[in-house]
Design a protein around this ligand. Structure first.
Ligand code: PLP
Length: 372
């Protein structure tokens, strides 16, 4: 018999799509179709920059030629290859603070000193960014402008314009990562950085959250010389990316199935998003948080003085799994302002893979853990 919500551990740890969101039948059909239609293209070692029909399709979407598109095994690997290409010894990489934990790890592993620029409810603190750039121009700045992981915040259009001006003035790259952008539950999207001014922008995204993470298909839109250099590092690392997965994705998009799938996901996730906002307000009235307008995450910061020491362990005892908030914090931009106290009070709440009932019960357990 399935465990009831009362008995089960509720997992607020993983930013993954809901199991019921994965379009298994459609993907099986796509795989069968492409492997029959293009057996050598799909099953032989292939182009290191990606399955050519998918590259073309993505390039059309951005109204660019194919050589602007690099498709690889998930966008995390893309970040790793990009860092291998762009980070030189002694370089800094700037990220929002907090930011995607694995991006911080990846840039660091490639030798970057990763510095966090604090986030406000409408995106990063531009004053602090300017001060940091005056100290040292970074190799690049990594931004998740829409429904940021982990905070859920969206970068305002005014700030997008200002950051682009700074990038043009000081000549650094801006890596805009937009895997959640299509999953907007209310309001209008500000333009992408690329749409305002593409000259210093590298745009990356992924179909992990829109179709299925296990496809491991991420892509980058960038100047052709960057794409060519990445394809060379990719080829030296894995010969060719996983073309069967890219071909399945191509088929899926070509059949016109992506748009209805995104609509289906929004219908599935919007009530969970609303339930999360309501549950936080109901059970945790004293926490600070930004209401996201879409995506997978809402994050909270407990007030200073809240009983957060050993919170993860106490939450676990109470049937609630949480991620350590400190993972999302890089080094602070101002050494005089240590981030650790804030990071220790920070909790990310991914809501898409939980039911409304689990979300409400999870917040109740979190309130109890922090009170105990
Ligand atoms: C902002 C962001 N970028 C990239 C990724 C990695 O995605 P992929 O599955 O394409 O490697 C994630 C995964 O959670 C993410 O949140």
């Amino acid at each position: 018999m399935a465990a009831t919500v009362a008995q089960e551990t509720i997992l607020f740890t993983r930013g993954v799509p809901a199991a019921e969101a994965l379009p298994a039948e459609q993907l099986a059909e796509c795989f069968a179709a492409v492997v029959k239609r293009d057996p050598v293209g799909v099953l032989q070692y292939g182009n290191a920059a990606g399955y050519p029909p998918l590259r073309r399709r993505l390039a059309e979407q951005y109204q660019l030629s194919d050589d602007h598109v690099f498709v690889t095994n998930g966008s995390l690997q893309l970040m790793d290859l990009l860092a291998a290409l762009l980070v030189k010894p002694g370089d800094t990489v700037l990220v929002e603070q907090p930011s995607y934990d694995r991006a911080i790890i990846t840039f660091r592993r490639r030798g970057a000193k990763v510095i966090g620029i604090p986030l406000e409810s409408d995106g990063l603190d531009v004053g602090r960014l300017e001060a940091q750039i005056r100290q040292k121009v970074p190799a690049f700045i990594y931004l998740i402008p829409d429904f940021q992981n982990p905070s859920g915040s969206t970068l305002s259009e005014a700030k997008r314009r200002r950051v682009l001006e700074l990038a043009a003035q000081h000549g650094f790259w801006m890596l805009e990562d937009v895997p959640y952008r299509r999953l907007r539950y209310r309001g209008e999207s500000p333009p992408m950085l690329r749409e305002i001014d593409p000259s210093r922008v590298l745009t990356m995204s992924s179909h992990s959250k829109l179709i299925a993470p296990a496809l491991r298909v991420g892509h980058l839109v960038a100047p052709p010389e960057i794409v060519a250099a990445l394809a060379k590092i990719g080829e030296d690392t894995y010969l060719s990316p996983v073309h069967p997965a890219q071909a399945m994705l191509y088929e899926y998009v070509n059949r016109g199935w992506l748009e209805p799938n995104v609509e289906r996901l929004k219908q599935l996730y919007a009530p969970r998003w609303q339930a999360t906002i309501q549950a936080v307000k109901r059970h945790l009235p004293n926490v600070r948080f930004t209401e996201p307008d879409g995506g997978f995450f809402l994050s909270i910061t407990f007030p200073a003085g809240a009983h957060t020491g050993n919170l993860l362990e106490r939450a676990k005892q109470g049937g609630l799994a949480l991620t350590d908030g400190r993972a999302f914090f890089a080094e602070p931009d101002d050494p005089a302002v240590p981030q650790a106290p804030e990071a220790e009070r920070f909790i990310r709440l991914p809501f898409c893979a939980l039911t409304e009932q689990q979300i409400d019960e999870g917040m109740r357990r979190l309130a109890r853990a922090v009170a105990g």
